[in-house]
Design a protein around this ligand. Structure first.
Ligand code: ADP
Length: 240
C-alpha cells in the first residue's frame, strides 16, 4: 500500500478493540501493491512460522510457500536451471532432477555459493509469487494472500508486500522445538540459528510481531485475531 498505517504494531496494541475505528479513515485511503492485500510471514528457524501459516490455512486463507515455489522452479524453469548448472557444474542435476544432496552439501560449507544461488533463485521466485498475487486478485474470492518465506528481509521481498509478520519465540524454546522436530543436536540447531539474520533485527523490521511462547491454542487465538484484522483491512480499503 502507498502509505503504511501506523508503523509497527505490538501484540498489546493489536489486541486493542479501538484499532479499527482509529484507523478507519487511513484504511480507506489504502492502495495495495498488487491489487490484493499481501502479507508475508517470516521468522527464524523454530519460531513457528509454518505453524502460523497452517493455522491461517485452516481458517480459510490462501498461503503461498516460497520454499515450495523455489523447489518447483529449480526443476522446471529452463533459464534458472542453466544458471544453477553454471554455478554448480554438471552434478547439479541428475536426469533433469535437482541433486538436492549435492547442492545442500556445497552451500552448507561455501557461503559464497549459497549467496550466489540465492541471488539467481530469489528474483525468479519473487516474480512467480507476484504473478500468483495478480491471478488471485483477479479471482475476487480472496480478501488477502499470505506468503511464507524464511528470507523475506534478506531478499528484499518485503518491499513487494503490504505487511510483514515476524513470528518469534524464546530462544531456548526454539532450540527445544527444533531438536524435537528435526531430531538433531543442540549444537546443530545453534549453528543453523547463527547463520540467520538475528531475531532482534527481524523484529525491528516487522510490521507485526507474533510472540509464540505459549501453547498452540494461544497461538491459534493470535492468528485468528490477525485473520479478522486482515479481512477488515481488506474490506475497508475499498479495493475488494
Ligand atoms: P518454523 O517454520 O519457524 O521453523 P515450525 O512452525 O515448524 O517453525 O515450528 C517448529 C516446531 O515447533 C514444530 O514441530 C511445531 O509443531 C512446534 N511448535 C510451533 N509452535 C508451537 C507451540 N506454540 N507450542 C508447541 N509446539 C509448537
Amino acid at each position: 500500500m502507498q502509505s503504511k498505517i501506523g508503523g509497527r504494531l505490538t501484540p498489546a496494541f493489536l489486541f486493542s478493540s479501538e484499532i479499527f475505528n482509529f484507523w478507519k479513515k487511513e484504511l480507506e485511503k489504502l492502495q495495495f501493491k498488487h491489487g490484493i492485500l499481501t502479507v508475508g510471514i517470516t521468522g527464524g528457524i523454530g519460531s513457528g512460522k509454518t505453524t502460523v501459516c497452517k493455522i491461517f490455512e485452516e481458517l480459510g486463507a490462501t498461503v503461498l510457500y516460497a520454499d515450495d515455489i523455489a523447489k518447483k522452479l529449480m526443476e522446471e524453469d529452463e533459464k534458472l536451471k542453466k544458471e544453477i548448472e553454471k554455478l554448480f557444474g554438471p552434478n547439479a542435476y541428475i536426469e533433469g532432477k535437482l541433486n538436492r544432496k549435492f547442492i545442500s552439501d556445497v552451500i552448507f560449507s561455501d557461503k559464497e555459493k549459497r549467496k550466489a544461488l540465492e541471488s539467481v533463485v530469489h528474483p525468479v521466485v519473487v516474480k512467480e509469487i507476484i504473478k500468483k498475487f495478480k491471478e488471485i486478485s483477479k479471482g475476487k474470492s480472496e480478501d488477502f494472500v499470505i506468503v511464507e518465506a524464511a528470507l523475506i528481509f534478506e531478499s528484499g521481498f518485503d518491499k513487494e508486500l503490504d505487511y510483514v509478520v515476524v513470528v518469534d519465540a524464546d530462544e531456548e524454546l526454539k532450540v527445544k522445538r527444533i531438536m524435537e522436530r528435526d531430531n538433531c543436536t543442540r549444537e546443530e540447531v545453534i549453528k543453523r540459528m547463527k547463520a540467520q539474520m538475528s531475531q532482534s533485527k527481524k523484529r525491528s523490521l516487522a510490521d507485526i510481531v507474533i510472540q509464540n511462547d505459549g501453547d498452540i491454542e494461544t497461538l491459534r487465538e493470535r492468528v485468528k485475531f490477525l485473520y479478522s484484522l486482515f479481512q477488515k483491512i481488506s474490506k475497508s480499503s475499498g479495493m475488494g
